[in-house]
Design a protein around this ligand. Sequence first.
Ligand SMILES: Cc1cc2nc3c(=O)[nH]c(=O)nc-3n(C[C@H](O)[C@H](O)[C@H](O)COP(=O)(O)OP(=O)(O)OC[C@H]3O[C@@H](n4cnc5c(N)ncnc54)[C@H](O)[C@@H]3O)c2cc1C
Length: 519
Amino acid sequence: MRLVLPPGVSETVFQKALQALAGVVGKQWVLATDEDRETFMDFYAAGDADLHVPSAAVGPQSLEEVQAIVRIANEYKVPLWPISRGKNLGYGAAAPCMSGTVVLDLARMNRILDVNERFGYCLLEPGVGFFDLFHYLQANKIKLWMSIPANAWGSVVGNALERGYGYTPYGENTRNICGLEVVLPNGELVRTGNGAMSNSVSWQLFKYGYGPSWDQLFCQSNFGIVTKMGMWLMPEPEATLGLNIQLPNPDDVGWAIDELAPLRMRGVIEQSPSIGNSLRFVASATQRSQWYQGDGALPDDVLLEILKKNNLGWWTVNLRLYGYDEVNEVHARIIREAFRKHVKQEIETVKWHRGDSIENSGAGVPATNALQIINWRGGRGGHIGFSPVLPAASEHVLKQFHSTKKRYEEIGVDYYGSFTLFERYTTNVNMMVYDRDDQEMTSKVRALFKVLIADAAREGYSEYRTHISYMDDVALTFDFNHHSLLRLNEAVKEALDPNGILAPGKQGVWPRARRPARA
Ligand SMILES: Cc1cc2nc3c(=O)[nH]c(=O)nc-3n(C[C@H](O)[C@H](O)[C@H](O)COP(=O)(O)OP(=O)(O)OC[C@H]3O[C@@H](n4cnc5c(N)ncnc54)[C@H](O)[C@@H]3O)c2cc1C
């Protein structure tokens, strides 16, 4: 594998920078062999991994080491791409946006610094994984629950910074952030919110601090390296009640959203229900070739046959109520009545009470079995996620669903989408699953992705998050007043990062020094 240097940095200067980094973290934590570089590439990439090749990776263990690395990066003009655990699968994994960037892997900074059961929060270093925090809470019998993504291999901090989400009432992880410690690209160390007061006793309690509030400015951002994150955790409820509902027809997703949205907004449902096409369950457990060997996307009649054999509707709604038993029962009755207007079949009910096994509770119990979907097409699988945000209303959901499904069919990829319902909007995560070694398929997927961005933008739908290859494309859809938001972001970037060393290109924000590398 060819070494790709950071733009404008000679090999001699680069080697000097690596030596300086080794002086800080120790030689064994500067990873610069071909094999190392390969490890930090996007191993789910749709044939474009070579656009995002890291030049090396460096793994600090402390805040002081991070600060020293930032000083070196500024001195040698070597860009850094911070990751917490780098499991950002479907969005670029550990790979940097700009080739030649050094990955700053914070996985060794993995201390759980504080967990406060009384006030329901934790303070974490970036390398703490969902599994680590879960085991810590379990081992110490702390009655606080986390909210985990469907694939929970990654870090609590990385997921929240990317505005990832889980499925409990505390599901929107970025909303639970309360106080950050950040190393700015110019080396300055800051604490946000009440952490800016050295002796504050409410850093993890009060989000806003005094004056402008910065936590969200470090999310999906290249303004700083987060070295500590305060996060609210959910007190264990007395009971939960899950409802799993099969919807027989493709268009049922429309009325289901219209029925659920007011209940979500009023707090009858406090978590974010997921309505996913049921193919996801089949794709997690079997391979496509077991069902169909033909070309093109799975024909509708074959799909219906598969769903029938697996006792599944076209969509499955998974929702759960958390709290007092009596209240859950009343809310479940209201939800069942809403669905009975449209579907006759039995609604599966799953009940959990404090003291029962946590497995069926609806607590964030980390798992990685969702990863199995990438085996669907056979070969070395991968996937990419296209994730627009729509108003929680049938007219938008149906329009987006039909248009996306049609686009998938045009290139012969099976539709695999879900709508997660928040208070006022729904996030529509569409996965494109492919065989990474099938060049024809991956090039069609890349073209499809651009078409989907354009289709969505025409309707006024933005992406909630995107893969590193499409960060500029998505940024350009935010076009009000000739992209004035991008100019604002770039002005802040310039002020904080004059040498352009931190995550150039992230979310389409390029420091002036790096703009020639913009695609
Ligand atoms: C099958 C499947 C299902 C999935 N389901 C979900 C889901 O339900 N919900 C969901 O949210 N995601 C989901 N994902 C996407 C992804 O796996 C998770 O979001 C994962 O948590 C992200 O990886 P990570 O936590 O290791 O973050 P990282 O890869 O460490 O970080 C992501 C990005 O955040 C920035 N960043 C990270 N740490 C820092 C830091 N300390 N300072 C500054 N910037 C930083 C960087 O730009 C980095 O590239 C799914 C993926 C797959 C494959």
